[in-house]
Design a protein around this ligand. Structure first.
Ligand code: ZN
Length: 673
């Protein structure tokens, strides 16, 4: 990415900008004076002065050698602290910043996290060795004392060079931060007056269109921050207390302050989520988001294919659905409804006769209830569904059993099925529910690897999702099942009942709060409409049922799909994993703007044969800038570039269709200047 160089601070150097003002530097701090005699020595006035200087630059003017866009498409999320000493796992119960990290991931915005409890904020993180800024926007969620000894001047330098700043739930008690925000904290307050939009703006435009120029806060006695504007424009106000302020530093650089009472509201309140989303578009100038109506998207999974217990547990006893049942009652309705389900499969069968874990697909017997179990037929049915393109094979673990079946209170192998062997804890694989302990990492890794190996062998599929049996998973740092699954290449992890993780090799990100999930069944369909609520704009609702439901009510799949509201669309597990893992990069030269979509194997395998689409949101200033170009041509990959009118690009959001195929896809806008 080419971007404007940050001003380089070398000791004892001075440089004259176009306004004739002098920048001089010493000890890493930029001092700006309008006359050599009137040197400012108060940090606040220093910062205000440089902001004034920066803001005098004309946005409309485009020098031929400048790139169309100077800001990197990447965000730095500055947080006070992070519970994970390894800085990999984000936990919604422990990390206050989780809602924002989850939203950034859901919006496919590339981001890094800077934790003030371990890192010292300075230019190292903000300015590249080339002198270019590293971030298009910094999201600041920190409050004192976390930034007491940080180098805020470096942040001001980055802002000066083009990095926008988005401050939420912070009193910004630092003179330089105050100058950047263009306001000053006064006191805390409580009020229940409505929150009102004060003037039309891009950030509040959609809320206005939805009739939300005022938000009722009756009975909301939250403690809020009262700030006094000192140059910033107030866009939303509550009885004389600014709630949203904007300090437009240059056409493409702004500092926005969000007076949100709690960070979690950015995720949980549609009002605040909309303000945060559009503030981020303003901050970055544009945003490329998955083109999915998640509020009407549903991801559907089926647990327990291949498990042994259905052949001997009195309370979980049924016939494993065979090939014919699956053809008629799974494949046909899925084809009819154009839906793809996930089958969470077990490939290790706990065989009480041999006291070994064996292949499920060789089990053919009549159980003690007289049912003729034929697991080979089940496997053939699942393979047919995969071949028909309506089923994805995912991992339910390996054997759905305790990893130690022999120690007390076992051995389970010979325990009475009416007594000890029926105890629910024996059927949990990644947490030892029977003995009330975790499962050591090495044991879990062995089971996860067995599961992966045999799913590949039995189905020729690479599972990207893990949903462990019995909602059993281990949470401590070294045994954390999500962390282990991420190391093995899983893309998402359902940690029931209260967690849901995005996984990659650098991050185990709790997305809880974005995708609601619930369990349904043949005897629970009457609550489906209630279970679907509340939907979230940024993640599909996720529902799981069991092979048991098809066994006990063969038309269950048809009934479930029929019971869904007409405007709900199924989204498959691997499609969702592919979307979350698509890497978006952007770069720009004087004549071109390029957005890359990188779909890497294995996470994005779904897109090998499926296209994807993305919403491109543009800030008003960028739309204006593009509208002033004499002509524009658009292309994707190697297709011929087509002329596009500014008004077409300005239609919001503009949809980018990315063709099927793994690897890099390139969307390119060529501009005549
Ligand atoms: Zn299960």
């Amino acid at each position: 990415m080419t971007s404007q160089r940050a001003r380089c601070n070398r000791p004892a150097s001075t440089a004259k900008d176009r306004n004739g003002l002098v920048f001089s530097s010493f000890i890493g701090r930029t001092i700006i004076t309008n006359t050599p005699r009137a040197r400012a020595n108060n940090p606040a006035s220093i910062a205000i002065l440089f902001l004034l200087i920066v803001s005098t630059r004309g946005w409309g003017e485009v020098r031929p050698q400048q790139p169309l866009l100077r800001k990197p498409y990447r965000v730095l999320l500055v947080v006070e602290k992070w519970s994970d000493p390894e800085s990999i796992l984000v936990d919604h119960e422990k990390d206050r910043f989780q809602p924002v990290a989850a939203l950034l991931k859901a919006w496919s915005v590339p981001f890094d996290i800077l934790r003030l409890d371990e890192q010292h904020l300075d230019a190292t993180y903000l300015i590249d060795r080339s002198g270019d800024i590293r971030y298009g926007s910094v999201i600041w969620l920190a409050d004192l004392p976390s930034y007491k000894d940080q180098n805020i001047a470096a942040l001001a330098e980055a802002v000066q060079a083009g990095t926008s700043l988005l401050v939420a739930k912070s009193r910004f008690l630092d003179p330089t931060l105050e100058a950047l925000v263009g306001a000053k904290f006064r006191q805390e307050y409580t009020a229940t007056d409505p929150i009102r939009t004060t003037e039309p703006h891009f950030i509040t435009r959609q809320l206005a269109a939805e009739g939300l120029n005022a938000l009722n806060t009756n009975w909301d006695f939250a403690t809020r921050f009262w700030i006094e504007p000192q140059g910033a424009k107030v866009l939303i106000d509550q009885a004389g207390h600014p709630v949203l302020t904007l300090n437009q530093i240059a056409g493409d650089v702004s500092t926005i302050w969000l007076g949100v009472p709690e960070i979690s509201l950015l995720r949980d309140s549609p009002y605040w989520r909309e303000i945060f989303f559009r503030s981020l578009v303003c901050s970055l100038e544009y945003l490329v988001q998955p083109d999915v109506d998640y509020s009407h998207a549903i991801e559907i999974e089926m647990d327990d294919w291949g498990t042994a217990d259905k052949g001997f547990l009195s309370y979980w006893h049924y016939l494993e659905p065979n090939e014919e049942t699956l053809r008629e009652h799974l494949i046909a309705p899925l084809e009819k409804h154009h839906a793809i389900f996930a089958a969470n499969v077990i490939t290790g069968y706990a065989d009480r006769k041999t006291k070994r874990i064996v292949s499920p697909w060789e089990q053919k017997f009549t159980d003690s209830w007289g049912l003729h179990q034929d697991y080979a037929s089940t496997r053939r049915g699942l393979l047919d569904a995969v071949a028909a393109g309506v089923l994805q094979i995912e991992s339910h673990g390996w054997d759905h059993m305790e990893t130690d079946l022999e120690s007390p209170p076992g051995p389970w192998w010979t325990a009475d099925l009416k007594g000890e062997a029926s105890a629910d804890g024996w059927y949990s694989e990644f947490a030892d529910h029977r003995r009330g302990t975790e499962v050591p990492a090495i044991v879990q890794r062995f089971h996860l690897q067995r599961g992966l190996h045999f799913i590949e062998k039995d189905f020729g599929q690479r599972p990207l999702e893990l949903r462990p049996g019995n909602g059993g998973w281990s949470k401590s740092q070294f045994n954390n099942t999500g962390r282990l699954a991420a190391q093995l290449g899983f893309g998402i992890f359902h940690a029931e009942p209260d967690f849901f993780y995005y996984l990659d090799h650098q991050m185990v990100l709790d997305m809880t709060g974005i995708s609601p999930h619930f369990t349904t069944g043949y005897d629970r369909l009457n609550t489906l409409q209630t279970d679907l609520k509340p939907a979230h704009l940024d993640g599909p609702v996720m529902v799981v049922f069991h092979d048991r439901d098809i066994s006990l009510r063969p038309d269950f799949v048809e009934s479930l799909l029929d019971a869904l509201p007409a405007d709900y669309k199924p989204i498959s597990a691997n499609q969702y994993v592919g979307i979350l893992h698509t890497q978006i990069e952007s770069s720009s030269t004087a004549a071109e703007w390029q957005v890359n979509f990188d779909d890497e194997d294995p996470y994005c395998a779904f897109f090998e044969k499926h296209s994807s689409s993305w919403r491109l949101w543009l800030s008003d200033s960028l739309r204006e800038k593009l509208a002033n170009l004499p002509s524009m041509r658009l292309s994707i990959d190697k297709e011929a570039a087509k002329a596009i009118r500014p008004e077409d690009l300005s239609r919001q959001p503009f949809v980018i269709d990315v063709p099927a195929g793994l690897g890099r896809h390139v969307w390119r806008l060529d501009a005549a200047r």
